[in-house]
Design a protein around this ligand. Structure first.
Ligand code: PGA
Length: 257
């Protein structure tokens, strides 16, 4: 199954007022945009405390000219419940209508010391609870400069998806050096890694490369979304900073159709 996902990731940003404005701005633009192309899944991952508020505001708009938003989460735990202060389980996310959850974002790997094994456990528990995990991988600048990125990503993506049904998960390739920096790999570099991820996961899981879905993330904005999403190995984008404004996110979505 070859799919298209345009996802935002608000990280630890936004407020109730920001959320109201975001949906207003997004759907204001959607009202004036008539295009019969398949819109794919348009997703915005929000801090867990705002999930129900974003759901409530989103419901008011529903679907406008074929544009509808899914609310996703930025992380989940690998257990369903228990003594894990401050964490959120996939069961809780599911109860609030969440369908997608990011796991293994490089900021969690860096600041919360999440290993590939923990990421795989989180993704597995998300799947067990009917959520689609967006499993993030990406190399540091040092690894890229030492030209070790292909082997690093191969190991990271295999270890972060051990035992998972590859048809049911999404990979997001996000080079750490491109996140929030305005630096973007060349189109050839994105194609090289995304195609490599598809190949290694297809080989291990005995599926077709086209069954492995890989997004790109790192300094995506409306001005570069078109060329990035036109690449044959890119199934969509994961957008941080540029997803914080409804209008800009709408432009990313339409440039990616
Ligand atoms: P950025 O972040 O778009 O701000 O670079 C991407 C991400 O971290 O998902």
């Amino acid at each position: 199954m070859n799919i298209r996902i345009i996802s935002g990731n608000w990280k630890m940003n936004s407020s109730k007022v920001d959320i109201e404005n975001w949906f207003k701005d997004f759907f204001e633009k959607a009202k004036d945009f008539k295009n019969s192309k398949n819109k794919g899944d348009i997703l915005i991952c929000v801090p867990s405390v705002y999930i129900s508020y974003a759901m409530e505001i989103n419901k008011k708009y529903g679907s406008v000219n074929g544009f509808k938003i899914l609310i996703g989460a930025e992380d989940c735990h690998y257990e369903n419940k228990g003594a894990f202060t401050g964490n959120v389980s996939p069961i809780m996310l599911k109860e609030f209508g969440v369908e997608y959850v990011i796991v293994g974002h490089s900021e969690r790997r860096q600041y919360e010391n999440e290993s590939d094994e923990v990421v795989a456990k989180k993704a597995s528990n998300a799947l067990n609870n009917g959520l689609i995990p967006l499993v993030c991988v990406g190399e540091s600048l040092e690894i890229r400069e030492n030209k070790k990125h292909l082997e690093f990503i191969e190991k990271q993506v295999l270890n972060s998806t051990t035992g998972l049904d590859i048809n049911k998960i999404i990979i997001a390739y996000e080079p750490v050096w491109a996140i929030g920096t305005g630096k973007v790999p060349t189109l050839d570099e994105i194609e090289e890694i995304n195609a490599h991820i598809k190949k290694v996961l297809a080989d291990r899981n005995n599926v077709k490369e086209s069954d492995v879905n890989v997004l790109y993330g790192g300094s995506v904005k409306s001005s570069n979304a078109k060329e990035i999403t036109a690449l044959s190995s890119v199934n969509g984008v994961l957008v941080g900073g540029a997803s914080l404004k409804g209008e800009e996110f709408f432009n990313i979505v339409t440039n990616s159709l």
